[in-house]
Every structure is written in C-alpha cells, then in structure tokens.
Design a protein around this ligand. Structure first.
Ligand SMILES: *Cc1c(COP(=O)(O)O)cnc(C)c1O
Length: 477
C-alpha cells in the first residue's frame, strides 16, 4: 500500500502541469479556466484508476510521463471544445444531414459575411427610412422563380407544414392517402405533426393504391384540407396507384377545399434534362393550381436551413397572420443566404454552375476520376506501402430524403490495409483536422470524390500520409 502512496504522490500537481512546456502551449489555444478544469479532471481519473488497482505492479504500470499526460489532456480539451467546424464529406451523400445538409454557394456565404459584419437593411425601407418587412425581397424572388402569387419563409419545412396545417385544418379534418403518412427522420412523422397542429387525420386509400373517389368519398362538412405529401425518402413500386395533383386540385375546387402539397425536397429546376431521375418541381406544382406548397430550402434547392410556403395569396396571407409565424421566424443570416442562393436561380445556368448541391449532382464522372487520380498521385510511396489505394466504380446518393433509390454513378477511392482494419482507418480519418468522413464496405474504406471539394483532395492525401506515419511509429514502439 505504501507503494501506492508513493505513486499517488508522484502525480504532478495542476500547477506543475500548467507550467510544464507540454501543457503551457494549450493555455494559448484554449481558455485557461477550461485547461485547468481539464487537467484537474484528467488527474482525478488517474488517481481513481490507481486506487482501483489493488496490485502494485498494475499501479506502477500506469504511464505518468509528461507526454502521456499531455496527450490525455489534449484529447479531453479537443473533445470539450470541438463544436461545429469544417468537415470533409467523402461519403458521397450529397445532402448529408449529419454534415450540415446543403453546403452554400460562395455567393451565399459572402452575403452572410457582409450582413454579419455590421448593421443591415433587414427590416427597413431605404427610401422612406421607415420600418419595413424582413421577408419582402426574398418573397419577391421566390414568387418570381416559382410563379406563385405569394410566399412565406420559415425556419424549416417542418415548421412550414405545421404552420399550414395549424392555419388551414385546426379542429377540422385533413384528408391524406395512407401511402403518404411518411416519416422523414429527426422525428418528423406526418401523423404526429398533424396531431400537433390540431388537424384530424382522415386516411384514405391503401398503402399502395389510392383513387380520386377515395378522396371524394371522405369529404364532409368538417373537411378543412386535402393534403398530398411527396414520398421523398422512399418508393412504392409495383401494383400502385396515386392521384394526379391536377385531379386533386379539381376536386378541391369543386368542393371548395384547399389543397396542400408538402413537396419536401423542393427542386427548382427540372433534373430529368440532365439525365437525373424525375423529381417534381415547385413550379409544376404551382402550375397545377395547388393552393399551398411547402418545401425545404436546404435540400435540392441548396440553400441555408429554411422552409418555404408558396401558393395562392388568400391562403398564404392567412398563414402570415397566424401567431406561429412569428415563432417560426428566420434570422437575418438565413435571409441573407437564401436571397443570394435564390438570385442564382434567376438564371438556371448560373444555379447549375454555382449551387454546390446541383454542381455535385451534375459533376461528370471524368472530373471525379480526375480527383481520384490527383489524390493517388499526391500520396507518398510510404503511404502506398501501408495501404492499397485503388480507384473503383461506385454510387453516390442524394440523401436528405431526395431521389430515393436513385444512385448516381461515381468513382471511389478504395483503401485497404493488412495492418489496420477499415474501422481503424475511418476512425483516424475522422480524427484528422478537418475530420474526413467516409464509407466502409467489406473492410474497405471508400472515399467518394463526388462530394469532395477540389481544394480538399490534398488534405485527404496528407491525412493518409499521417495515418501511415502514425502506424509506422506505433509499430516501432
Ligand atoms: C424533408 C421533408 C420535411 C421536413 O423538412 P425540414 O426542412 O427538414 O424540416 C417534410 N416533409 C417532407 C416530404 C420532406 O421531404
């Protein structure tokens, strides 16, 4: 037991560590208070594990070297202070919710910076100097692009749907096909959202087939809304039947009931002409005469997180007067980024060239392959000795509940090592600064270069080099 006491006594004090060269460098990088707290916690953990070890030999085996302590403290500091930061998306999932969904166009990022730096014209009329409406410009843009009479922007599409249901169907019946009672993820489930809004869910049809008469038969004097929800993240194939939007609109008109379409992904350009699968556009829904259309601004649109409601002025005005609108209000950063993104859509060519989500979807295979080749040529021979690196064919995914089951052919970097399993390589890639996220398949790490920016290719090469070096150092020990 005396030996234990000796070891406990040999643990450096918080102050000793703070002044040691290994640790003092952290006080410049992290708040001093946080460093002190972290040292205290790490030392406490060590004391605890010493006390737990009954055998002296075990206790003596605990490494108390300055290098080891500094490493533990650094890890703990990084964990506590990590927060949000740049990440490299090599998963090939373009709209990756974990990685922040749509990356913004340079124009949008720049606009945020301009607005962030000082005061802005968020809610003021320049000419009169009077208080204005924050949504004015962005709503005009939305109407111009979509052809809608009126528009409203809220925090996300979930808020848009809730607001629309609350306004149009609270205490009334809302008719929806059984095939459209979707769950989007992140706890957005259509039946739950309807319940929350106070709308009474009236399901019609079956999972695979719903006819116009099903809707017609369900209409009563209590009906407030006919709701269509885009099956954005799944597909029902085979023996199926859905009702055309146009027919629903006619039925709504005939029976004097508003028709709402939750589009989810909200494409503003036709994807088919680029050889991509069909995805309903906002414009075609408006053209079909739908009263209210809701969609996300950070899915196919490729902007900041947000939700847009477009449609007939009569209904959108009703929504605007709902007190929930204030609760779902977006901040100036969203408005700045959305406005800049939408401006790109005024010219489709510009949007295709500059909105990263569209650009990534449409990147030709040759360009992706070129990125793969560049990565391989930038990797050192030592790295190649540590792991096999090859270019293989693969499939990118849209993600974010868009284009389900419709992969886009891509080129992948495949990594395999006899010395490390794929999980270990992937973990080290995530541990890189910036962290790199990849896929694992059959003990191979796969890096999809479709979602990797050109200036990130060298960062990945460097990360691989570091991994192989670490590996060699560990081996020598
Ligand atoms: C994604 C999606 C939502 C939720 O949109 P958020 O912007 O993520 O809140 C709702 N409905 C559908 C059909 C969707 O695809």
């Amino acid at each position: 037991m005396d030996k234990h006491q000796d070891i406990l006594r040999s643990i450096p004090s918080v102050n000793e560590l703070l002044e040691s060269p290994e640790i003092s460098k952290f006080t410049g990088r992290y708040p001093r208070l946080l460093v002190v707290e972290t040292i205290r916690a790490v030392l406490e953990d060590i004391r605890q594990s010493l006390t737990d070890k009954k055998e002296c030999a075990e206790a003596q085996a605990i490494d108390l070297s300055p290098q080891r302590l500094s490493h533990l403290i650094q890890q703990s500091l990084q964990q506590k202070f990590s927060g949000i930061g740049h990440a490299i998306n090599a998963t090939g999932i373009i709209l990756h919710t974990g990685l922040g969904r749509a990356p913004l166009a340079d124009e949008a990022a720049q606009q945020i910076q301009d607005v962030l730096r000082g005061f802005s014209t968020l809610e003021i009329e320049k000419q009169s100097g009077r208080r204005g409406i924050r949504y004015h410009h962005v709503e005009q843009l939305i109407c111009m692009i979509t052809g809608a009479e009126s528009a409203l922007v809220v925090n996300n599409n979930a808020a848009a749907v809730l607001l629309a249901l609350d306004t149009l169907a609270r205490g009334k019946e809302a008719i929806i096909s059984r095939s459209q009672l979707v769950e989007i993820g992140g706890s957005f489930r259509m039946p739950d959202v309807m319940a929350k809004s106070g709308a009474l869910l009236v399901e019609v049809g079956t999972t695979n087939k719903t006819y116009l008469v099903d809707y017609g038969n369900a209409i009563t004097e209590r009906t407030g809304l006919i709701l269509k929800v885009h099956q954005s993240n799944f597909k029902i194939v085979g023996f199926t039947e859905t009702v055309d939007l146009k027919d629903l609109v006619s039925l709504g008109k005939e029976r004097n009931i508003p028709v709402m379409y939750d589009l989810g992904s909200g494409a503003l350009i036709t994807l088919e002409k680029f050889g991509l699968p069909y995805e309903p556009t906002v414009q075609e829904s408006i053209k079909a005469g739908v009263d209210i259309v809701t969609f996300s601004t950070d899915k196919l649109l490729g902007g900041p997180q947000g939700g847009i409601i477009v449609g007939k002025r009569k209904w959108v005005d009703l929504l605007k007067r709902n007190p929930l609108t204030r609760a779902f209000r977006v901040g100036k950063l969203t408005i700045a980024a959305l406005e800049a993104t939408l401006k790109l859509y005024l010219e489709e060519d510009l949007a295709v060239k500059k909105v990263p989500v569209l650009k990534m979807m449409l990147t030709p295979l040759e360009v992706i392959e070129e990125r793969c080749k560049r990565l391989i040529s930038n990797v050192t021979p030592e790295t190649k000795a540590c792991m096999d690196i090859a270019i293989i064919d693969g499939v990118s995914e849209m993600g974010g509940g868009s284009l389900p089951g419709e992969g886009i052919p891509t080129k992948l970097i495949s990594l395999h090592s006899e010395k490390m399993n794929a999980g270990e390589i992937a973990a080290r890639l995530r541990d890189n600064a910036p962290p790199i996220f990849a896929r694992i398949e059959q003990d191979h790490v796969l890096l999809d270069m479709r979602t990797v920016y050109d200036d990130e290719v060298d960062m990945i090469a460097l990360a691989l080099e570091k991994i192989s070096l670490q590996r060699n150092v560990n081996k020598e020990n």
